[in-house]
Design a protein around this ligand. Structure first.
Ligand SMILES: NC(=O)c1ccc[n+]([C@@H]2O[C@H](COP(=O)([O-])OP(=O)(O)OC[C@H]3O[C@@H](n4cnc5c(N)ncnc54)[C@H](O)[C@@H]3O)[C@@H](O)[C@H]2O)c1
Length: 245
């Protein structure tokens, strides 16, 4: 895919990996709709992109609300005239207390954001991508889809679901020219790491892992997202993004 002049929607771009991906896409000439439940974070991403000479626009979204997701994609098409790319990236962790003490409400929220959010974002994107003759969707899964996280079992399960959903969308390539891929990052240095604990520091179970495995920079994951978007032969790929790979 030639990027210049294309239009992307990036739900979860108010921080971390989504922000880095939106910025990288914008630096390649993509017009980016930055979407997030965190308005301040989303507007900060837009300000950074615009400050660097890129074209970006903020739209509020709660990916657990189908109406909000439908409105997001409609707003993107209205603002920029079409859609070519969706980076379905919004995600949360369970936080303290770790599994199996995770409160019931938090488990349901985790499922609705991490897996529940990816499906309606894909559903909404497909209609608009078809109108352009195809496009690219990249889901942010996690290496936790393949290596079980005992202390956040529900997180692992949602990411495994995202990975399987990505593979199950393979037929969209031949039918609609829509390539659906996923990145599977290892640990990445973003605010989500502290959200595994009390919000100010990582959970105890993660501290030991961080000593052994230095976290990636969000920009390294953004490069992998970009590679999957531009590679016209990539579809249903689960791309690990790990230090040293
Ligand atoms: N950081 C890591 O170690 C790591 C590793 C593998 C995968 N991931 C995944 O990467 C993605 C991005 O995470 P990050 O590390 O950049 O964390 P982050 O917390 O910096 O960013 C997550 C973003 O998702 C947004 N979000 C949360 N709930 C939402 C909702 N209901 N609707 C819309 N937006 C919502 C947040 O406001 C935030 O801006 C997530 O899916 C996460 O699971 C992260």
């Amino acid at each position: 895919m030639e990027l210049s002049g294309k239009v992307a929607v990036d739900p979860g771009a108010g921080s971390g990996i989504g922000r880095a991906s939106a910025s990288l896409l914008a630096s390649k000439g993509v017009k980016v709709v930055v979407a997030d439940i965190d308005e301040d974070g989303g507007r900060e991403t837009v300000a950074t992109i615009v400050g660097q000479g890129g074209d970006a626009h903020f739209v509020f979204v709660d990916v657990t609300d189908p109406g909000s997701v439908t409105s997001l994609y409609a707003a993107a098409v209205e603002h920029y005239g079409g859609l070519d790319i969706s980076h379905n990236n919004a995600g949360i962790v369970a936080g303290n207390p770790p599994w199996p003490e995770t409160p019931m409400e938090r488990l349901m929220q985790l499922a609705m954001v991490n897996l529940g959010g990816v499906m309606p974002c894909t559903r909404a994107a497909v209609d608009h991508l078809r109108n352009r003759g195809g496009g690219a969707i990249v889901n942010t899964a996690s290496i936790a889809a393949q290596f079980p996280m005992a202390d956040d079992a529900a997180y692992s399960a949602t990411k495994a679901g995202v990975a399987m959903f990505t593979q199950a969308c393979a037929a969209l390539k031949d039918r609609d020219g829509i390539r659906v891929n996923a990145v599977l990052p290892g640990l990445v240095d973003t605010p989500i790491i502290n959200k595994t604990g009390d919000g100010t520091k990582p959970a105890d179970w993660l501290v030991a892992a961080l000593e052994v495995v230095p976290p990636l920079k969000p920009e390294e994951v953004a490069e992998a997202v970009l590679e999957l978007i531009v590679d016209d032969n990539a579809y249903s790929q689960l791309k690990p993004v790990m230090a040293g790979l």
